[in-house]
Design a protein around this ligand. Structure first.
Ligand SMILES: Nc1ncnc2c1ncn2[C@@H]1O[C@H](COP(=O)(O)OP(=O)(O)OP(=O)(O)O)[C@@H](O)[C@H]1O
Ligand SMILES: [Mg+2]
Length: 247
């Protein structure tokens, strides 16, 4: 459903071109999940922007079958501090011109699903980090996306909260048949959530390995030997990768 074929991207500054992504090729099946992992600065966010159509490659192609609805969660959540939780979650629906009554139903249902009941009138600054992250997830889900692009949606959370939210994302993804592309720098998260794991090299990012991970998301996967071995495998692949060269 989503295909990258020999995609290259560079940014120019100081009069020179700085390569960010080199010859990126992979495929993501519809209703499947994909995790993108690699060292800081290797181009993960840039790659997610390419897939979401927010950036265009210099050469090569990115194709998405059909014209699916998509939702995006940015690296810093992108919540508006001057809008309430309710308004933040409903934002995409307001922009789409959905009628008020329907927005109210959707937002209230999402508040329940995300464990945020009673916090609709709060402002993001009055919430914990994990709650803000749940608001960002709720806002992306509000538009009923067929594809969800997530950029480190669970960073800076304690391990247990993080696992709980991973479970929640997995549950919702299955229930709503969502295709998910998740950027993360956490090996365990990539292995738990990514049916396919794209491992990128240090800057400029190249595909080092594509790891198939059919057990992703299954119950008790985290406690299994396969999970442990797959984490070791990823750690080995990433071991030699530092932050890459500035060219
Ligand atoms: N708008 C921009 N203009 C110029 N250079 C940019 C721009 N955005 C990103 N870059 C450069 O592209 C490279 C990749 O950045 P990107 O944000 O995609 O990395 P990342 O893998 O998401 O890093 P992190 O794990 O730290 O979030 C970096 O070297 C960065 O300096
Ligand atoms: Mg990033």
């Amino acid at each position: 459903m989503i295909t990258a074929q020999s995609a290259n991207l560079s940014f120019s500054h100081g009069g020179a071109d700085h390569p960010v992504l080199r010859e990126i090729s992979f495929q993501i099946e519809a209703e499947s999940s994909c995790a993108i992992i690699g060292p800081s600065g290797c181009g993960k966010t840039s790659l997610l922007f390419l897939l979401a159509g927010l950036l265009q490659p210099d050469s090569g192609t990115i194709t998405i079958a059909g014209q699916p609805r998509s939702g995006t969660i940015l690296q810093n959540f992108g919540l508006f501090p001057w809008k309430t939780v309710y308004q933040n979650i409903g934002l995409g629906l307001v922009l789409k011109g959905v009628e008020k009554k329907r927005i109210q139903q959707k937002v209230e249902q999402l508040l329940i699903e995300m464990g945020l009941t009673g916090f609709g009138a709060h402002y993001p600054g009055q919430l914990s980090g994990g709650m803000q992250q749940r608001v960002a997830i709720a806002r992306a889900l509000a538009v009923e996306p067929q594809i969800l692009f997530m950029d480190e949606p669970l960073s800076s959370l304690d391990a247990l909260t993080r696992e709980r939210l991973q479970n929640l994302i997995q549950e919702i993804r299955l229930k709503k048949n969502i295709t998910m592309v998740l950027v993360t720098h956490a090996i365990e998260e990539a292995v738990f959530l990514g049916r396919r794991i794209i491992v990128l090299s240090g800057r400029p990012g190249r595909v080092l390995r594509i790891v198939d991970n059919p057990q992703a998301g299954s119950a008790d996967y985290r406690q299994s030997d396969i999970f442990f071995h797959r984490c070791v495998e990823l750690r080995e692949i990433l071991k030699g990768e530092d932050y890459g060269q500035e060219t």
